[in-house]
Design a binder for this molecule. Structure first.
Ligand code: PLP
Length: 436
């Protein structure tokens, strides 16, 4: 059965981020339960990347299944202009309740890239609406990744993923991101240099910067690079002093990944705009939100349509996504989920320290449920091509890992059990021994 399906796949399907000429045959996912994915040929894989960082509570969580099914039988979709609906309003209010300060105004969309696109557009139009159209420039961080739409690519152009589309992108200045790791004694100097660069970027164009955009605490696709919360707080202070807006892209860090529900809470800062997606529906439906401070929203009110935010998508605030989001929040708010996140972090800590002590990995870092280390030339010297070898060996052991270059990381669903997580680390330990 799978052979026929794979033949059709090879003929008709174009997979994302894939060189189809050289990629292996894809695995055929058939079902999932808890932290496990099951393929059509009956293989069980521990999903240690939460299926591209979205499945917070694992696969097919019954509470979310039920919420989506109930909503589908009631109201599956409705135009969101001239209409509102209970799941969207409730989700917006609950998100606002969890976010700090007056981050109260929720604009729904469909994916992380679009959440970023919306934030960039809002920032630009905000300054136009308040009579400062000259504030039309953005600053980002080296290694930042914000998605694949044109604005998001521009904001993340320093990630190096987008050379094929250079002509489409607008200029965004970047400043260094002081990534750090356990035992790093140079971080303070790198932070100072990054803040100096930010100061210089502001000074070179006074009153021209619309917003600074950052992935808070963890740069995901850029290699699970982590910075200290105090650095983020210092950035926020400088952005505030310059009078520009701060956009935090919490597409990956949101919904408990770093420990608290949002990374901005861990850093003790209130940005002007926050981008959310990935975990927002617990991995059930494509959905996103850009949350703005109420003071930003106020600048879009007026007699003229010109000052309104004329942006929207056919599926904006899809009721199924909102219902999944509410059910996911119910789980996230529970004591069980908080305890699981703490347990995952503790196991990560022990196992990372143990691997580092034995010289198997380098540059270990940990933030909430996200653990990462470098196994290639920057770490334990396995060579830069180690990533694909680890991925293949892991699959052979029933573990789904997707190293980023020579960076090995684990970002499991919160429902992963202690035994499953230890099995994953045991497998990694054995693979690293084999490849040494
Ligand atoms: N922002 C961050 C921080 C991300 O990690 C990603 C995706 O990996 C995106 C934006 C883009 O999200 P999406 O792939 O849903 O468009």
């Amino acid at each position: 059965m799978s052979a026929d399906l794979l033949a059709l796949d090879a003929r008709h399907v174009w997979h994302p981020f894939t060189q189809s000429a050289t990629a292996g045959v894809p695995l055929v996912a058939a079902s999932g339960h808890g932290a496990t994915l099951v393929t059509e040929d009956g293989r069980e894989l521990l999903d240690l990347v939460s299926s591209w960082w979205v499945n917070l509570h694992g696969h097919a969580h019954p509470a979310i299944v039920e919420a989506v099914a109930r909503q589908a039988a009631t109201l599956e979709q409705v135009i969101f202009a001239d209409f509102t609906h209970r799941p969207a309003v409730e989700l917006a209010a609950r998100l606002a309740g969890h976010l700090p300060g007056d981050l109260d105004r929720v604009f729904f969309s469909d994916d992380g890239s679009t959440a970023v696109e919306v934030a960039l557009k809002m920032a630009l139009q905000y300054w136009r609406n308040v009579g400062q159209p000259g504030r039309d420039r953005f600053i980002g961080f080296e290694g930042g990744y914000h998605g694949d739409t044109v604005g998001a690519m521009s904001a993340g152009r320093a990630s190096g993923f987008f050379s094929a589309w250079e002509g489409l992108l607008f200029p965004v200045e970047t400043v260094p991101f002081p990534a750090t790791w356990d035992g790093d004694d140079q971080v303070a100097a790198r932070e100072a240099a990054a803040l100096d660069a930010l100061d210089r970027a502001f000074a070179a164009q006074p009153g021209r910067v619309a917003a600074v955009i950052a992935e808070p605490l963890i740069q995901g696709a850029g290699g699970m690079r982590m910075c200290r919360p105090s650095f983020l707080a210092a950035v926020a202070e400088r952005v505030r002093a310059e009078g520009a807006l701060l956009i935090l892209d919490e597409v990956m860090t949101g919904f408990g990944r770093t420990g608290p529900l949002f990374a901005c809470l861990k850093a003790g800062i209130t940005p002007d705009l926050v981008c959310l997606s990935k975990g927002i529906t617990g991995g059930f439906l494509p959905m996103a939100a850009t949350v703005a401070r109420e003071s930003i929203h106020q600048a879009f009110l007026g007699a003229s349509l010109d000052v309104a935010f004329l942006h929207g998508h056919s599926y904006t605030a899809n009721p199924l996504g909102c219902a999944a989001g509410l059910a996911s929040l119910d789980l996230l708010e529970g004591a069980d989920c908080t305890a699981r996140r703490a347990a995952i972090e503790a196991i990560h800590r022990d196992r990372l320290d143990d691997l580092a002590r034995r010289g198997r990995v380098g540059r270990t870092r940990l933030c909430g449920t996200v653990a990462a280390c470098t196994v290639g030339d920057g770490g334990a010297g396995y060579g830069a091509a180690i990533g694909p070898k680890i991925k293949a060996a892991a699959l052979g052991r029933g573990l789904l890992l997707r190293p980023l270059g020579d960076v090995l990381y684990l970002l499991p669903p919160y429902c992963v059990t202690d035994a499953e997580l230890h099995r994953a680390w045991d497998g990694i330990d054995a693979i690293l021994a084999e490849l040494a």
